[in-house]
Design a protein around this ligand. Structure first.
Ligand code: SF4
Length: 391
């Protein structure tokens, strides 16, 4: 469904880093990536999955490695595939030295640097990883995860505060990498709760707008719920210029893994076109028309035409900082329109109009546009009496 012209999203001015043939950062389009779910030592299956992901358009494919045997397998796989490979170093960070010549990016988790060689400081381990990456033309990702946060950081905060330890850990690693002089890195802050993902990434981007961000919701689940959860987090972040590469993590059988790439691309396209499920503010201070991407819950196809008509009819108000949301169903429409200045949600043969959370009534599909115009004029007059136009 094409209901919107593309929104000019202003990306955060991050530095841009190379990962093989892909670039991550504000000077490059948002990269879409995925991770293999096969046993890494099953070389044929893992190579086949990497090819399937690359064929589906993955810019980067990540492979987990936790043992010398896994590492050997990945080295063999790297010879068989033509993809930008990232290795996910689990607890065994030292494997970086044998893998770096064969991959484009090393991902480490600050919370996992405590498990091996306990006598060695985490700072030393990061120096080793940065030196290894630099020597072999690799990028790094500092991958902070809610389920395995640096225990020192966790102990400083209340158990109910899962955000601060993640944030502090990421900032501390950035600070060390900068001090070492290694700046070819990005950061991820992942949680299974989309609201946490939004908050922690917003706070990080406020403090480090220069660092490219990899966005993801962990354990998002099966489609469609997993996609919806991820979409909600991405909508709120990407609309505000936060996020330089994404991964949609879905629980799907191995032969459907490429769906992660299709889902990621679809979410990016929808955000860029204003087709969103949650009310987003693109921060543009102009008229912001958003409409949901539509799904099987739409009860009247006229919703799609209505979304286009709303866009056309409201062009005269382009210079006003007003958000109008058009949602396709009565299941999510009533709640999702609460945060918009004016909201429309569509039933089988009527359309409900709201001003913020207040319901103004329901009208037929033929009657709703003049009602919306009345309300829009009223809103403009309330906010900006001198510039308002009579209806
Ligand atoms: S608002 Fe309703 S119709 Fe639109 S995408 Fe959400 S659930 Fe589907």
């Amino acid at each position: 469904m094409e209901t919107a012209s593309f929104v000019d999203i202003r990306r955060n001015p991050t530095r841009t880093i190379s990962v093989g043939t892909t670039r991550i950062g504000s000077a490059a389009p948002i990269a879409v990536q995925s991770m293999t779910a096969t046993r890494t030592q099953d070389i044929a299956a893992t190579a086949a999955q990497i090819r399937a992901l690359a064929d589906a358009g993955a810019d980067i494919v990540r492979v987990a490695v936790d043992s010398a045997k896994d590492a050997e397998a990945l080295i063999e796989i790297s010879r068989e595939v033509d993809a930008n490979l990232a290795v996910d170093l689990q607890e065994n960070y030292r494997l970086a030295s044998i893998l770096a010549p064969h991959v484009a990016k090393l991902r480490y988790n600050p919370g996992h640097l405590y498990h091996h060689e306990r006598q060695r400081s985490w700072q030393d381990k990061v120096r080793f990883l940065a030196d290894t990456a630099a020597a072999h033309d690799c990028a790094l990702r500092v991958g902070v995860n809610c389920g395995s946060v640096d225990p020192e950081k966790k102990s400083k905060h209340a158990p109910s505060d899962s955000i601060s330890p993640m944030l502090e850990s990421a900032l501390e690693h950035c600070e060390l990498l900068d001090r070492i002089g290694f700046t070819r890195y990005c950061v991820s802050l992942k949680d299974s709760d989309p609201d946490h993902v939004i908050e922690v990434n917003r706070r990080f981007a406020d403090q480090r707008p220069d660092v490219p961000l990899h966005l993801g919701v962990t354990e998002a689940g099966m489609p469609p719920e997993g996609i919806i959860k991820t979409r909600i987090a991405f909508e709120q972040l990407i609309s505000r210029g936060i996020g330089d590469t994404i991964r949609v993590s879905l629980t799907v059988p191995n032969d459907r893994k490429a769906e992660e790439i299709a889902a990621g691309r679809r979410i990016l396209e929808d955000i860029a076109a204003g087709r969103v499920r949650s009310v987003v503010d693109y921060g543009l201070q102009t008229l912001n028309i958003i409409s949901c991407p539509s799904c099987s819950r739409v009860e009247n196809e006229a919703f799609i035409e209505l979304a286009e008509q709303v866009r056309d009819m409201t062009r005269y108000a382009q210079d006003h900082d007003i958000t109008i949301a058009v949602m396709g169903c009565r299941v999510n429409g009533p709640g999702e329109t609460d945060d918009a200045d004016l909201g429309l949600w569509c039933g089988p043969n009527f359309v409900n109009l709201k001003r913020g959370p207040e319901s103004l009534g329901a009208w037929s599909y033929d009657e709703i546009l003049p009602k919306l115009r009345e309300e829009l004029d009223r809103l403009i007059a309330d906010r900006c009496p001198a510039q308002s136009r009579p209806t």
